[in-house]
Design a protein around this ligand. Structure first.
Ligand SMILES: C[S@@+](CC[C@H](N)C(=O)[O-])C[C@H]1O[C@@H](n2cnc3c(N)ncnc32)[C@H](O)[C@@H]1O
Length: 169
């Protein structure tokens, strides 16, 4: 699968590493940032190797400690993954000025297919609430047609004061 349009849109704001790709899967987004010469760490319980990326195999839901305790990242990317209990630690993993890019399915997606389990679907506005300590740069929720019809929610936010970033086209 190609990288998400949302991640590509906001990726230019990420000018430095390290970048953390949470539940990285095939590593399609880890690859984007590594391809730009940034240090990237990808974590997944079943990670695919990606050239130039430090891949960490970890189960993020089994109650074991967060694998990056005490570490801060210049950017965190999460796509097509939700485990609510980890949202606070994801926010905490951002260094000052760090960028969060998040996109996943939301309530209503069950009309389009999977995921349909409410545990995997954001509630309306939930990313705004979960990351209310960050400065929102971009937020959308609703139906998309690409890469397949789905109900999604997506956020780009920054740790720190609003600093007048250029909105990507
Ligand atoms: C739908 S895929 C999304 C992959 C990638 N973020 C993307 O958008 O291409 C969901 C990913 O979450 C990972 N995952 C699911 N449960 C997990 C867990 N308990 N701990 C770590 N990773 C998990 C899966 O292995 C899978 O790679």
């Amino acid at each position: 699968m190609p990288p998400s349009d949302w991640v590509l849109r906001w990726a230019p704001l990420v000018q430095r590493g390290p970048v953390l790709d949470v539940a990285s899967g095939s590593g399609r987004h880890a690859r984007v940032f590594a391809g730009r010469g940034l240090e990237v760490v990808a974590v997944d319980r079943d990670p695919q190797p990606v050239e130039g990326v430090r891949v960490v195999k970890a189960d993020l839901e089994d109650g074991s400690p967060w694998p990056f305790a005490g570490q801060r990242f210049a950017a965190v990317v999460v796509t097509n993954y939700l485990f609510r209990e980890r949202l606070p630690v994801i926010a905490d993993a951002l260094e000052e000025g760090g960028i969060l890019i998040y996109e996943t399915f939301m309530a209503g997606n069950e009309k389009f297919g999977k995921p349909s389990n409410p545990a995997f679907l954001l509630r309306p506005g939930e990313l705004l609430q979960a990351f209310s300590g960050l400065t929102v740069l971009g937020f959308e929720q609703g139906i998309v047609e690409r890469p397949k019809p789905a109900m999604i929610q997506r956020l780009c936010a920054r740790r720190g004061e609003f600093d007048g970033v250029r909105i990507p086209p």
